[in-house]
Design a protein around this ligand. Structure first.
Ligand SMILES: [Zn+2]
Length: 290
C-alpha cells in the first residue's frame, strides 16, 4: 500500500503523520509550534521530513496560501505566516517527490474522498475558522483555475466599505462569515470593541438575547454566501468545516439556502473527515499523482 508523509502547515501549528492510500493515519501524529522565522520553519520541516521520508513514497504538504498547478510552490503569500514563506522551495526539502496543495483544498479533498461528501461528485467544503477557506470539487475533480488559486472566498457582500478584509479589499464574504466576522458583528451590535468570539458563543450558550442576535446575523451572512455558491456551482452538497462550523445549525442553513437558490436543492453538511483532514486530503491527492 502506498504511503505519504503528510504535513499540515498553519500559522500557529505544524502537524505531520504517515497517511496511507486509504486515507488512514498510521502511527503517531507529530505536533509542532510554527516557528516565527523563515529559517526556523525550513529547518523544522527538514527535521520532520528526514525522520520519516524513508518509510513513505511521497511527502505531501497542506499549507496556507494559494498553490500553483504544478503543486510545487505557493503563488500568493498569506497573512498569518512569516514573511518570505511563499519563497520556500518545497521540492528541496526531501529526496522523495514533494506534493504541495492549499490546506482548504486538501481538507475539501478529504471530505470528498473519505468524509461527509464521500457519496457525491460535486461538493464544496467551506472552512470557517479565523478566516474562510474553501475547496471546490466538480465532477470528482478539484477546481484549480488557471493559476491554482480557485476557490478563494473573496467576493463583496456590499458597497459599504465597513470591514477591511485580509486580502486588502472591503467587505468580502470572508470578513463577514469567518470567526473574525462573528467578532466584528459582535462589535457592531454591542459597541464593545474588545468583545471576543468566545464571549459571543458563551453568551449564546447562556441564553443571552443580544449574543443570540449577533450569532443569528452572522449565520445570515454565511447563508448569503452559500446561496451564491450553490447557484454558481450547483453542488450536491456544501460541507462546513473548521473551528467555527461546529456552532452553526446546518439544518436551518440548508432550509434557508434551498428557499433562495435557483438550482435544485443542495445539502448542507457538517464535516466528518476530522481535524486532520488537511493532511489526509493532501496525502490522497499526492498519492493519486504518483
Ligand atoms: Zn477579501
Amino acid at each position: 500500500m502506498k504511503k505519504a508523509l503528510a504535513l499540515d502547515i498553519g500559522g500557529t501549528k505544524i502537524f505531520a503523520a504517515v497517511v496511507n492510500e486509504k486515507g488512514e493515519i498510521e502511527g503517531e501524529i507529530q505536533k509542532y509550534k510554527t516557528p516565527k522565522s523563515l529559517d526556523e520553519i525550513k529547518s523544522t520541516l527538514k527535521d520532520i521530513i528526514s525522520k520519516s521520508e524513508n518509510m513513505v513514497d511521497i511527502v505531501t504538504i497542506a499549507t496556507a496560501g494559494a498553490v500553483n498547478n504544478e503543486n510545487s510552490a505557493i503563488t500568493s503569500s498569506t497573512g498569518n505566516l512569516v514573511e518570505g514563506y511563499n519563497t520556500i522551495e518545497f521540492g528541496f526539502l526531501s529526496k522523495r517527490k514533494v506534493f504541495v496543495e492549499n490546506d482548504a483544498n486538501s481538507a475539501a479533498w478529504a471530505e470528498h474522498a473519505v468524509g461527509a461528501a464521500k457519496s457525491y461528485s460535486n461538493s464544496i467544503t467551506v472552512t470557517l475558522g479565523t478566516g474562510v477557506g474553501s475547496g471546490i470539487i466538480i465532477e470528482n475533480k478539484l477546481l484549480k483555475g488557471k493559476s491554482g488559486a480557485a476557490g478563494e472566498m473573496h467576493f463583496k457582500m456590499s458597497n459599504d466599505q465597513k470591514r477591511k478584509c485580509t486580502c486588502g479589499a472591503w467587505d468580502c464574504w470572508e470578513i463577514y462569515a469567518s470567526g473574525n466576522g462573528l467578532r466584528l458583528t459582535g462589535v457592531d451590535v454591542t459597541g464593545k470593541e474588545d468583545i471576543t468570539t468566545y464571549d459571543i458563543m458563551a453568551g449564546v450558550e447562556a441564553g443571552d438575547a443580544t449574543m443570540k442576535e449577533v450569532f443569528d446575523i452572522w449565520q445570515r451572512y454565511i447563508i448569503n454566501g452559500l446561496v451564491g455558491l450553490a447557484n454558481i456551482f450547483d453542488p450536491d452538497c456544501i460541507v462546513l468545516s473548521g473551528s467555527m462550523a461546529e456552532f452553526v445549525d446546518t439544518e436551518f442553513i440548508q432550509w434557508e439556502v434551498n428557499k433562495q437558490i435557483l438550482t435544485q436543492p443542495t445539502k448542507i453538511l457538517h464535516a466528518s473527515a476530522g481535524n486532520y483532514a488537511g493532511m489526509i486530503g493532501s496525502a490522497l491527492l499526492g498519492i493519486s499523482k504518483l
